[in-house]
Design a protein around this ligand. Structure first.
Ligand SMILES: Nc1nc2c(ncn2[C@@H]2O[C@H](COP(=O)(O)OP(=O)(O)OP(=O)(O)O)[C@@H](O)[C@H]2O)c(=O)[nH]1
Ligand SMILES: [Mg+2]
Length: 248
C-alpha cells in the first residue's frame, strides 16, 4: 500500500487514540489492527504510566506480530508524554517506522487519562477521542478539546446503553452538538457494522494523508491544572502552553 509519487507522502500516517480510562481505546486499536492489517503495514505505540499493560493486551490478542507493538512507559501522567514533551513517543514512532519500513499507519494509544488530554500535532497527524456509554450519558455534554475538536469522536460501547440506563440517541445528539459538524461515530465491538464504519473512516483518512489533502489540526491545549505530591512539596503544572511546566 505504501506507494510514492512526486506529490504523495510516504511517511506513515500517525493516528492517536485518546480518551478517559477504560473507554475502549485498546479495543479500538485491536479492531483497527485486526481489520486493516491485510491492507496496510501497521505499527502500534502504547502509553502507560508504570506498565506495558496495553501493549501486553494487544500482543496477547495476536492482532499484529508482537514486535510491531511497543510500549512507552511515561513515568508521569500520560498526557505529559503526548502533549507537553512528546520526545519519548516521537523516538518510539521513528524507531518503529525505521525497523519496519515502510509502514502505512502507526497507531498511538494514550494512557487512560481525563477529558482534557489530547495529542500534540507534532506527534500525530490526526486523533480519535473515545468516550463510552458506560461512563454516563452526560459525558458528551462535559466537552473539552478531545470531545469538541478531535478528528473523530467515538461514542463507544453503545451495546451497553440499556444496561446502564443511558439514552444512547440523546448521548449521540449531545456529542454532535458539541462538535460543529465534525464526525461522531456510535461504536461497539459487538456490532460489526460500526467496526466497518470505523475502518472506512481510517481508510479515507489514510488516503487523504497520502495524497496530501489531510491537514492536521490541533484540538487545543488542556485547561491549566496542577498536580501536587502528598506532602505538597512539588507542583507539576500542565496546560499553559507558554509555561508548560512549573516546578517549585
Ligand atoms: N460491552 C462492551 N465492552 C467493551 C467495548 N469495548 C471495550 N469494552 C470493554 O471495556 C473494557 C476496557 O476496554 P479497553 O479497550 O481496555 O479500554 P482502554 O480505554 O484501552 O483502557 P485503559 O487503557 O486502561 O484506559 C474491557 O473490559 C473491554 O472488553 C464495547 O464496545 N462493548
Ligand atoms: Mg488501553
Amino acid at each position: 500500500m505504501n506507494t510514492q509519487t512526486d506529490n504523495t507522502r510516504t511517511r506513515a500516517l500517525r493516528l492517536g487514540v485518546a480518551g478517559p480510562v477504560g473507554t475502549g481505546k485498546s479495543s479500538v486499536v485491536a479492531t483497527l489492527c485486526r481489520s486493516l492489517r491485510h491492507e496496510f503495514q501497521i505499527g502500534v505505540i502504547t502509553n502507560d504510566i508504570y506498565t506495558d499493560e496495553d501493549a501486553r493486551f494487544l500482543r496477547a490478542e495476536g492482532v499484529l506480530p508482537v514486535e510491531r507493538i511497543r510500549a512507552v512507559e511515561t513515568g508521569a501522567c500520560p498526557h505529559t508524554a503526548i502533549r507537553d514533551d512528546v520526545t519519548m513517543n516521537l523516538l518510539a514512532v521513528e524507531d518503529l517506522e525505521k525497523d519496519f519500513a515502510p509502514l502505512d499507519i502507526v497507531l498511538i494509544e494514550s494512557g487512560g487519562d481525563n477529558l482534557t488530554a489530547t495529542f500534540s500535532p507534532s506527534l500525530v497527524d490526526a486523533q480519535i477521542f473515545v468516550i463510552d456509554v458506560a461512563g454516563g450519558g452526560d459525558v458528551a455534554r462535559k466537552g473539552g478539546p478531545g470531545i469538541g475538536r478531535a478528528d473523530l469522536l467515538i461514542v463507544n460501547k453503545v451495546d451497553l446503553g440499556e444496561h446502564v440506563d443511558v439514552d444512547v440517541e440523546q448521548m449521540l445528539k449531545d456529542a454532535r452538538a458539541a462538535r460543529a459538524g465534525a464526525p461522531v461515530l456510535a461504536h461497539s465491538k459487538k456490532y460489526p457494522d460500526t467496526e466497518k464504519a470505523l475502518c472506512d473512516w481510517v481508510r479515507h483518512l489514510h488516503e487523504a494523508h497520502v495524497n496530501g489533502t489531510h491537514v492536521p489540526t490541533d484540538p487545543g491545549p488542556m485547561a491549566p491544572h496542577f498536580h501536587a505530591t502528598e506532602d505538597g512539596g512539588y507542583i507539576h503544572r500542565h496546560g499553559d502552553e507558554a509555561h508548560p511546566h512549573v516546578h517549585r
